[in-house]
Design a protein around this ligand. Sequence first.
Ligand SMILES: Nc1nc2c(ncn2[C@@H]2O[C@H](COP(=O)(O)OP(=O)(O)OP(=O)(O)O)[C@@H](O)[C@H]2O)c(=O)[nH]1
Length: 590
Amino acid sequence: MTEEHFRTPIVCVLGHVDHGKTSLLDRIRGSRVTAGEAGAITQHIGATLIPIDSIQKISGDLGKMKTTVPGLLFIDTPGHHAFTTLRARGGALADIAILVVDVNEGFKQQTIEALQILRNCKTPFIIAATKIDRIPGWRPQQNAGFLKSYKSQNERAQTECENRVYELVGKLSDLGFNSERFDRVSDFQRNLVIVPVSSMTGEGIGDLLMVMIGLAQRFLTDGLKMTVEGPGVGTVLEVKEEKGLGTTLDVILYDGIINLGDEIAVAGADGPIATKVRALLQPRPMKEILIEDRFERVKSVTAAAGVKITAPNLETVIAGSPLRVIRDDRDAVLAKIDQEMQEINVKLSEVGITVRADTIGALEALSKELEGKNIPIMRAEVGPVSRHDLIEISVMKDEFYKTVLCFNVPLLSDAEAMIRDGEVDVKVFSNRVIYKLIDEYIAWRDELTRAREAKQFETVVLPAKFSILPGCVFRQSGPAVVGVRILGGILRPHVNVSTREGKVVGEIKQIKLNKESIQEAKEGAEVAISIDGVIIGRQIDVGETLYVAVPERHVKVLETEMYSHLNPGTKEALEEYANIFRKTEYFWGK
Ligand SMILES: Nc1nc2c(ncn2[C@@H]2O[C@H](COP(=O)(O)OP(=O)(O)OP(=O)(O)O)[C@@H](O)[C@H]2O)c(=O)[nH]1
């Protein structure tokens, strides 16, 4: 296999807010200044290509390493969203990732989220420990390699730097990763690499790029073998309206080649679309900035690359969907696109909530998180919520599922009006952060559960068993007043009393403890009760076990919905009482 057969790995940058993702990308993109003429860093659509000779030049000695990877293609949009949105063959589009951590702040919530996402997607990555120039006492060495700069620091700054890196190592170890500073790593397979950098001074940037190349060579060579002549395959980054061009697709091509005039297949909202490439556009180089047309028309593009495509019928194309060049296999390619869209990796249940997202990747990421939290999904679709959707959701029986979680998608205006006017009973959750969206749903669901349970406990007749204590018949009838001991469950007034044979003998009017009327008596309590309709000594006797007559439909609610909240004595009273009837009627209360 010769060098030309490896395509450029695609790189995505992730990290916590303000830890320096954009600055790092800017510094990398701007590194042609250091690379001089050799650095033919090119701006693609939605991405930046750093060719290997630039990387070698920036990296100094490290750059003498033998390489087969032709360069690195950085996706311009940093963050979780871009990473999860951009999919290829059911996985992440990015082949490798940089996780940015501010060395002075350490791990934050989104750093951990990014780690989880990378782990889920099995994407190799390195840690860029940024902002080393802010380490107390650090004396910056513009664009120097990290080790060179480190050696020139005084002892205090060196120690500070070491401590901060070791804090990251410790945190990573807690999370199950072995990690080390890049110059101490000999085995990329077993160690996660940390490269200290500064996007302000350029220190360590060359090291970072070289380590990325090393990582790509170790992990990706199989995945990077490509069919240079093969039909292009890519992922739609964005569907964009451009002045004078109509609807265009920004695409990252990750395999093969795409030519002007090629027929392509993409996924539309109503199924696969076949259309013909009218133009392939790339940004104009900076020096030609005066030319009015922002884009340069090219005849063909080879992976990996970012390109803008114009073609008829692109209006309904879904961002994040696959794009394939058709050769003589039109039907097969269209079927494949259809299949890829069907294969959205979401486990659906017979009943559950509805989820909506702007892209397939986001839909999958959202669904995976929900799955992890045991929240069932009934429908998962890309695109905004319509009136029809709301009507479908509103007929769900369970209130928990009369919900739709919207990630980065709006409600269509008529659907919004329906919610505003209270026409449908559907709860809509909307957030641009997956984790917050899920947290909001869970908070609402838990609150609803609590309210429901509280209400049930108030209204349901709770089971109890009790017996009349010897010497405690204070009045025999009209109403009977007796002292009882609660043997299990919870006794409340206004419930019927049943014998062990299931015969209702009267109704409890009042419960008193020390002459005070009470609303509840629990297992072990000895209280006085008044029972209407019964004569002691006739229907019931001292010492006999009596039950609260729980209505059949309450038995069902208790057993199916409230059972886990009942204490053992209540469960026992319930079981004994239900069994009186189940002896002759097996399905009683079921
Ligand atoms: N001194 C120093 N400041 C930095 C460095 N990298 C980033 N910053 C500063 O940190 C702040 C945040 O940097 P950004 O690059 O915008 O961070 P981000 O992660 O892209 O932020 P979001 O896009 O909001 O998530 C800015 O004020 C930067 O100037 C660095 O290496 N050294």
